[in-house]
Design a protein around this ligand. Structure first.
Ligand SMILES: Nc1ncnc2c1ncn2[C@@H]1O[C@H](COP(=O)(O)OP(=O)(O)OP(=O)(O)O)[C@@H](O)[C@H]1O
Ligand SMILES: Nc1ccn([C@@H]2O[C@H](COP(=O)(O)O)[C@@H](O)[C@H]2O)c(=O)n1
Length: 211
C-alpha cells in the first residue's frame, strides 16, 4: 500500500524541515529532490556536462555537507531548467513515491509533475525577506561568510528562475493546500502540516507507536 505526500515551495520556505518532520511523524521515507539537482549542479561546477551528470547520478553523490552552499544552489537552479536533465531524474523520483509504507517528497514540481496523483499536496511559502533571514542564519551557523543582502538576492534569483522556466515551473498544484509559514515557528508549521496529513490518511493506515 502506498501513500504519497508532495511538498513544494520556493527556496528556504521550510519545506525540507516540514517534510522531514512529517516523514518522522508517520514513519514514511523522505526524499529531498532538491538534492538531486544540487548534485547535478555540483558536477557542472566540476566541468561535467549536466545531462551526463544526471544520467550517471548515484545516491552517494547526495552528500548534503557539500551540496548545501549558495554556489551549488545557483548551479542547481540552472541545470534544473534543462528539460533533458529533468527527464533523466524523473523515474527515480516516481519509483520513490510509489514505495510501500508511505513517501514524502519535497521539491518544486512534485505535486504538478512527479506525483500529480499524490494523496496530500502542500505548497509551503513565506515572504522572501523571512526566507532569506532563515537561510542566512543557517549558512552563517555552517561557517559561510555571506551577507543577508546576498542571500536575499540569491533567493529572489532562484525563485525567478524556478517560476519562469518552461519545463515544470514552480507553482502550486490546483489541489494543493498552501501553508504560509511567514509568521509561524517550526513547531507551528510542522503541527499544521501533520494535522493536514492526519486528516487525509486512511483510518486503517498503521500509525507509528510514537503517535
Ligand atoms: N517556520 C520556521 N521558522 C523558523 N525557521 C524555519 C522555519 N522553517 C524552516 N526554518 C529554517 O529555515 C531554513 C530553511 O528551511 P528548509 O531547509 O527546510 O527550507 P527548504 O524550503 O527546504 O529550502 P531549500 O529549498 O532551499 O532546500 C532552515 O535553517 C530551517 O531550520
Ligand atoms: N523538484 C525540484 C527540486 C529542486 N529543483 C531545483 O533545484 C534547486 C535546488 O533545490 P533546493 O530545494 O535544494 O533548494 C532549486 O532552486 C530548483 O531549481 C527543481 O527544479 N525541482
Amino acid at each position: 500500500m502506498s501513500f504519497t505526500i508532495a511538498i513544494d515551495g520556493p527556496a528556504a520556505s521550510g519545506k525540507g524541515t516540514i517534510s522531514r518532520a512529517v516523514a518522522r511523524a508517520f514513519g514514511f521515507e523522505h526524499l529531498d529532490t532538491g538534492l538531486l539537482y544540487r548534485a547535478v549542479g555540483r558536477r557542472l561546477l566540476d566541468g561535467v556536462e549536466p545531462l551526463e551528470a544526471a544520467q550517471t547520478l548515484t545516491v552517494d553523490a547526495l552528500d548534503e555537507s557539500v551540496l548545501r552552499t549558495p554556489e551549488v544552489a545557483e548551479a542547481a537552479s540552472k541545470v534544473a531548467a534543462i528539460p533533458e536533465v529533468r527527464a533523466a531524474l524523473l523515474d527515480f523520483q516516481r519509483a520513490f513515491a510509489q514505495r510501500a509504507g508511505g513517501a514524502v517528497l519535497d521539491g518544486r514540481d512534485i505535486g504538478t509533475v512527479i506525483c500529480p496523483e499524490a494523496h496530500v499536496k502542500l505548497f509551503v511559502i513565506a515572504s522572501a525577506k523571512v526566507r532569506a533571514e532563515r537561510r542566512h542564519k543557517e549558512l552563517r551557523a555552517a561557517g559561510h561568510d555571506v551577507s543577508l543582502e546576498e542571500v536575499l538576492e540569491d533567493v529572489r534569483a532562484r525563485d525567478a528562475r524556478d517560476m519562469g522556466r518552461a519545463d515544470a515551473p514552480l507553482r502550486p498544484a490546483e489541489d494543493a493546500e498552501t501553508l504560509d509559514t511567514t509568521a509561524m515557528d517550526i513547531a507551528e508549521a510542522v503541527a499544521r502540516a501533520v494535522a493536514l496529513v492526519e486528516a487525509r490518511l486512511p483510518a486503517e493506515w498503521p500509525r507509528p507507536a510514537s503517535q
